[in-house]
Ligand binder design. Structure first.
Ligand code: CP3
Length: 341
């Protein structure tokens, strides 16, 4: 059905002519057409209007040429659906005016009917699938329960999420209640996304690396594994943990189809830690897209050589930065397409 199924074949571990490529956070940020829409509509209006979400999702497919699309949305639509207020403040980022810090607040968190509260996402998926016209697959996503808890408790972005960690270590029972509510919502949400038509899902554990290896298992991985268990028989699942190289051995045994790796772990080490058999995704330093295009091309070819062309999805090690020139993003994608193994 799909005209370009490289991404899905790499997720299955099949032999491919060249690895597929997409970029985390490719839908928006650095694209001039996105910046124009940003002037007219606030962030959650863009997320909640299927026509706008569709338009933004397909932009990088046409303008940069990636092998997969990722739906324009945000991980924070989940707490919103759980009746936790979330704002996106220009210049500040996520802002939750009533952070969750006690039993009363945890008790008030709702496990919503995702078909009601998040119907706009499901509509955006259906519209985007039509617009993509089977050119490339569509990725759906969610934040990991731990990463969502970070925002719910901290109330905003943070360098160390100290208040989120304090909450977990002083009131672990409450923390686990909240994590379980987020997990149940996320599973229902991702299943609804699968029904709506996404071809794969990625779980972003962006702040997993804030935890020690032991705490990671308890406060993050336990819930990631529940999500993978619930989804893996329906759809390929990609587990991405920023700064979580220490958990790659556990992740490799999880039933996930692929694991995301950031740039602090070498390809060789990532292959070693995961046993060499599972598809890996990553791990170009997003700041390296500031290098001149010729240098980007060389570095990408070297990266593919080190990971190997099979069981590999070329990506950045984290989201693309807002001030990357479009031609440099294009050089990244074109380098993959010109790879001769
Ligand atoms: O390719 C895409 O961009 C798809 C859509 C997408 C967004 N957010 C849109 C967005 C995805 C996949 C996300 C995931 C997300 N959101 C994560 C996990 C990935 C990661 O980068 O670690 C996290 C931690 C968030 C929370 C979040 N949303 C933050 C910290 C911010 C503010 C800072 C920033 O990244 O610009 C957002 C806002 C946001 N989400 C923007 C976009 C395009 C920028 C705000 C705007 O456009 O007005």
């Amino acid at each position: 059905m799909l005209k370009n199924d490289l991404f899905l074949r790499a997720l299955k571990g099949e032999t491919v002519e060249r690895p597929p490529v997409w970029m985390m956070r490719q839908a928006g940020r650095y694209l001039p057409d996105f910046m124009k829409l940003k002037e007219k509509y606030d962030f959650f209006t863009r997320c909640r209007t299927p026509e706008l979400a569709t338009e933004i999702t397909v932009m990088p497919i046409h303008q940069v040429g990636t092998d997969a699309a990722i739906l324009f949305s945000d991980i924070l639509v989940i707490p919103q659906a759980m009746q936790i207020e979330v704002e996106m403040r220009p210049g500040v980022g996520p802002w939750l005016p009533n952070p969750i810090r006690d039993k009363k607040a945890v008790d008030q968190v709702v496990i919503p009917n995702v078909y009601e509260e998040l119907n706009y996402v499901l509509e955006a998926i259906k519209m985007t699938k039509k617009e993509l016209n089977n050119e490339v697959p569509l990725i759906g996503f969610a934040g990991s329960p731990w990463t969502i808890l970070c925002y719910c408790v901290q109330g905003q972005g943070s360098k160390n999420f100290d208040k989120a960690k304090e909450f977990c270590f002083t009131q672990p029972e409450l923390a686990h209640q909240l994590l379980q509510k987020i997990t149940d919502t996320t599973i229902a949400y991702l299943k609804a996304k699968v029904e709506a038509g996404v071809d794969a899902v990625q779980v972003f554990d962006s702040w997993g690396g804030m935890l020690s290896p032991a705490d990671y298992q308890v406060f993050s991985w336990k819930y990631m594994q529940q999500i993978i268990d619930a989804l893996k028989d329906e759809i390929p699942v990609i587990a991405f943990g920023k700064g979580c190289w220490f958990a790659l051995d556990t992740m490799a045994k999880s039933g996930a189809s692929a694991l995301g790796v950031d740039w602090t772990c070498s390809p060789k080490n990532a292959r070693y830690l995961t046993g060499g058999n599972i598809t890996l995704q990553g791990n170009f330093d997003p700041s390296r897209l500031f290098s001149p295009p010729a240098e980007i091309t060389k570095m990408v070819h070297q990266m593919i050589y080190e990971f190997g062309k099979d069981k590999y999805i070329v990506n950045l090690g984290h989201g693309i930065l807002p001030n990357i020139p479009v031609e440099n993003a294009k050089a990244f994608v074109d380098a993959v397409k010109s790879y001769k193994g």
